[in-house]
Write a protein that binds this ligand. Structure first.
Ligand SMILES: *Cc1c(COP(=O)(O)O)cnc(C)c1O
Length: 460
C-alpha cells in the first residue's frame, strides 16, 4: 500500500463511529436489555466488516452504516422457520409444511404447549397412562378398526408395520408395480431392508395377479411375514395394467399391510373418490393400514396404524415404536382434527385441506378479482389449475382462477424471488414465464398481504 492509500485508510478508519455510537443510533435506548445486547453485537459486526472492506480498498464508496446495521438487526431477529403465504395453488405442499391446521387443532396445540398435560397419566386411577390412549378410540370409531397406534410420520408407520409383522428371518411380499419411491428417499425396497425383512417381489411392473402372490407364498412359507400393498400415491399408470384388490390379498392367509398413503376418512368429496378409503381397507381385513396425518387427513405430521388388535399390540411392543413415537404437540393437533371427523360437515368446513379442495368457485373468483384489482394494470385474472400435491392424486387438476402478475422488465423469476424476500414471504409459481398467484391456497388475509407486498415491489 502506498503512503497516500495508507493515509486515506487511517483517515477513513478514524471516521467510523464507535460501537456504542452506532448501537445508540439503532435503538432509542428504551429497548429491553436482551435487545440492547443484540444491538451491540450487530453494531460491532457491521463496523468490523466495514473495517475489513476499507482495508481491502481504502477508496471504497461511502455506505450508510446505520441502514446496514438496521437491516442486519432485522434479519437477525427473524426466525428461520416462519409462516409464509402459499400462493402456489398446491394444497399439500411438502416444502411449505403440508397441511395447515384447523382452528380447534391450533388451539389444542397452544394449550398443551403452554403447560403440562396428561400425556402419559391416567387421570382416573392416577397411574401411568399411554400416549396412544388419547386418539385410539377416535381412530377405531372413524375407521372401524379394532385397535390403533400413532407414530411420528407415515414412513415410520410403514417401517414399523414391516418390522412388526416380518423383520429378521422373515419376508414381505410386494408387487413389482408397487416398489415405489414416494420422495425424500422413501423407497419401498429400502424401507423393507431397513425393517430387517427380506423382500419377495411378485408380478411385473404393469401387471400383478392373485396367482403371483399365491405362488410366492407357497414357495416361501413359512418365512412370509406379511403381504404389503402400497398405494402409488404420486404417479398413475394407464393402459395394460392390473393389480390385486386388498380384499383378495386378505384371503391369501398371511397378514396384509396396506400403506394407503393419505388417510381419507370422509365420504362425499368428489375429488377424493379415487383415493383408497381407510375404512374400506380395514373392513377388507387388513392387519395394519398405514397412513399419514398431514396429507388428505389435514392434521399434523403423524403416522397412523389401524387394524387388528393382535397386530397393533405387537407393533406397540416393538422396540421401534418407542424410537418412532409421536410428540405431545402433534398428538394434541391430531386428536382435535380427528374429533372434527365425527361430524363430517364440520370436518369439510373447518379442516383447511378439505375446505380448499372443495372451495366455492365464487369465493375463488372474488378473491382473484380483488387481488388483480389491487394490482391495477399489473394484475390479470386467468384460468389456471391448482393441485393436491403431497404425493396424493397426482393427475387431479382443480380448475380455478389465478392472478397473473405483469413483472415488467425485471422478469417473473426476479419478482418471484423478491416476493420470497418479503415479510412474510409470499410463494407464487411461474407458469409459461408468468408469475401466478393462486387464490385457492390463500385466505382473504393472505391475498391482502400478497397484494400489498406486490404493490411495494412493483411501484418504481
Ligand atoms: C406419503 C406416503 C408415505 C410417507 O408418509 P409421510 O407422512 O410423508 O412420512 C408412505 N407411503 C405412501 C404410500 C405415501 O403416499
Amino acid at each position: 500500500m502506498g503512503t497516500r492509500d495508507a493515509a486515506a485508510l487511517s483517515r477513513r478508519l478514524r471516521e467510523l463511529p464507535s460501537v456504542g455510537r452506532l448501537a445508540a443510533a439503532l435503538g432509542d435506548g428504551a429497548s429491553p436489555e436482551a435487545e440492547e445486547a443484540m444491538t451491540m453485537v450487530v453494531a460491532r459486526r457491521v463496523i468490523d466488516e466495514r473495517r475489513d472492506e476499507l482495508r481491502a480498498d481504502p477508496h471504497a464508496p461511502p455506505v450508510d452504516l446505520v441502514a446496514h446495521a438496521q437491516e442486519a438487526l432485522a434479519r437477525g431477529q427473524r426466525r428461520s422457520l416462519r409462516r409464509v403465504v402459499n400462493a402456489t395453488g398446491v394444497i399439500l405442499h411438502t416444502n411449505l409444511g403440508r397441511a395447515p391446521l384447523a382452528p380447534s387443532a391450533q388451539a389444542a396445540v397452544a394449550e398443551v404447549a403452554a403447560g403440562y398435560c396428561n400425556l402419559e397419566l391416567d387421570l382416573r386411577g392416577g397411574g401411568r397412562g399411554s400416549r396412544h390412549d388419547h386418539v385410539e378410540a377416535l381412530l377405531c370409531e372413524l375407521t372401524g378398526a379394532e385397535a390403533a397406534l400413532t407414530v411420528n410420520n407415515g414412513a415410520a408407520a410403514t417401517l414399523l408395520a414391516a418390522a412388526t409383522l416380518a423383520g429378521p428371518g422373515r419376508s414381505v411380499v410386494v408387487s413389482r408395480g408397487q416398489l415405489i419411491e414416494i420422495g425424500g428417499s422413501f423407497r419401498i425396497p429400502e424401507v423393507i431392508a431397513a425393517s430387517g425383512s427380506e423382500l419377495i417381489e411378485v408380478g411385473t411392473t404393469n401387471r400383478t395377479r392373485l396367482e403371483d402372490y399365491a405362488v410366492a407364498i407357497a414357495e416361501a412359507e413359512p418365512r412370509v411375514g406379511a403381504l404389503l400393498r402400497v398405494h402409488p400415491s404420486n404417479f398413475a399408470t394407464f393402459g395394460f395394467v392390473a393389480s390385486v384388490e386388498v380384499a383378495q390379498l386378505c384371503g391369501l392367509g398371511p397378514p396384509v399391510i396396506d400403506d394407503v398413503g393419505s388417510g381419507v376418512l370422509v365420504d362425499g368429496v368428489g375429488e377424493l373418490e379415487a383415493e383408497p378409503a381407510v375404512r374400506g381397507s380395514v373392513s377388507a381385513g387388513s392387519a395394519l393400514v398405514c397412513f399419514s396425518g398431514d396429507k388428505l387427513l389435514g392434521g399434523p405430521q403423524a403416522g397412523l396404524l389401524v387394524g387388528r388388535a393382535d397386530a397393533v399390540a405387537r407393533a406397540r411392543a416393538h422396540p421401534l415404536a418407542r424410537a418412532l413415537r409421536i410428540d405431545k404437540l402433534s398428538l394434541a393437533a391430531l386428536e382435535a382434527t380427528l374429533a372434527l371427523y365425527r361430524e363430517p360437515a364440520r370436518a369439510l368446513a373447518e379442516i383447511p385441506v378439505l375446505a380448499m379442495l372443495a372451495a366455492d368457485p365464487e369465493v375463488l373468483a372474488r378473491r382473484a378479482r380483488d387481488l388483480a384489482g389491487a394490482l391495477g394494470d399489473r394484475g390479470e385474472v386467468v384460468a389456471s389449475s391448482a393441485r393436491v400435491g403431497g404425493g396424493a392424486l397426482p393427475v387431479a387438476e382443480l380448475a380455478g382462477p389465478a392472478v397473473a402478475v405483469d413483472a415488467g422488465s425485471g422478469g417473473a423469476d426476479a419478482l418471484a424471488a423478491a416476493l420470497r424476500g418479503a415479510d412474510p414471504p409470499v410463494i407464487g409459481h411461474i407458469h409459461d414465464g408468468r408469475l401466478l398467484l393462486d387464490p385457492r391456497t390463500m385466505t382473504d388475509a393472505d391475498a391482502e398481504i400478497a397484494a400489498s407486498s406486490l404493490i411495494g415491489l412493483l411501484t418504481p
